[in-house]
Design a binder for this molecule. Structure first.
Ligand SMILES: [Zn+2]
Ligand SMILES: [Zn+2]
Length: 271
């Protein structure tokens, strides 16, 4: 199936990604327990909604965010601008008129046309909050997924959570757990192998190796999709727990190492 192009709410997504990544060490356990069932269901085999998505949801609530701005910021135009930017980002069109904040005779906009328009917009956001949150989470994921080092840390934490709950997982999903109490190996769907290959730019993720696996020039290196945190160490088949390695590095890594690296190709170098 062909990959579809989409409008991505990159600015909102970047903000959410930053918030979620910088709060990871303080909030991951709480987020894992809040979204326990969803996370477990998403990590048994690769699915488009990953454990990272659920973790991002822990920080995303457009209704709450808007409510805070509306109640605490004594400037109606800020609320209006925030809504317009958010809706633009998620590509949602409305046909509400633009409020005339400057020309309004009510200096505090307490009972005027501007206020009515903003309130209608707030209502529109509330009605569409699930869709807006989903789009912002989807966009934030595009950033987080690029950071193999963060994915490594995330999946190492998640492994602790899986180990704690493996009995319960085995009871609920017996087909997905090995007799030794580990998540079973799963089949990699094509959308995932392609995403990992492109994210890692067709290059082995081992910072010591970085060999080319694109097969454009040489076809001698064999590409492998590797679990960043191995199943043996209570890693999972979550779609965000994979990286591209060459066959040699994958074989050397084995099932006890969580080796990854933050060596990447920048757009350009500074010096
Ligand atoms: Zn007004
Ligand atoms: Zn390699």
């Amino acid at each position: 199936m062909r990959l579809q192009e989409e409008h991505l709410a990159l600015s909102s997504g970047m903000g959410l990604a930053g918030l979620a990544v910088s709060n990871f060490w303080d909030y991951s356990s709480e987020a894992f327990s809040v979204f326990k069932d969803e996370i477990i269901a998403s990590v048994l085999k690769p699915t488009p909604m990953t454990a990272i998505h659920h973790y991002l949801y822990f920080f995303q609530d457009i209704e709450e965010e808007l409510d805070k701005i509306y109640k605490n910021v004594d400037n109606l135009q800020w609320t209006y601008d925030f809504i317009v930017r958010t809706l633009d980002g998620v590509n949602m069109k409305t046909d509400f008129p633009e409020p005339d904040f400057e020309g309004c005779s009510d200096k505090y906009h307490s009972d005027c046309e501007c206020k009515r328009i903003v309130e209608q917009l707030i209502e529109f956001v509330e009605e569409n909050q699930d869709e807006i949150d989903k789009k912002i989470v989807h966009s934030a994921f595009q950033f987080v997924f690029q950071d193999r080092q963060f994915l490594h840390d995330f999946h190492l934490q998640l492994a602790g959570f899986i180990e704690e709950n493996i009995g319960e997982i085995a009871e609920k999903y017996p087909d997905f757990v090995t007799p030794r109490g580990r998540i079973k190996r799963a089949y990699f769907p094509k959308w995932l192998t392609e995403a990992v290959f492109h994210r890692d730019k067709g290059t082995c993720s081992n910072p010591e190796c970085r060999c080319d696996l694109s097969h454009l020039i040489r076809r001698i290196n064999i590409k492998h999709i590797d679990h960043i945190v191995p199943l043996n160490l209570f890693g999972t088949n979550d779609a965000s727990n994979f990286q591209l390695l060459c066959e040699t590095c994958n074989t050397q890594k084995g099932d006890r190492s969580t080796m990854t690296g933050s060596v990447n190709t920048p757009w350009w170098n500074l010096d």
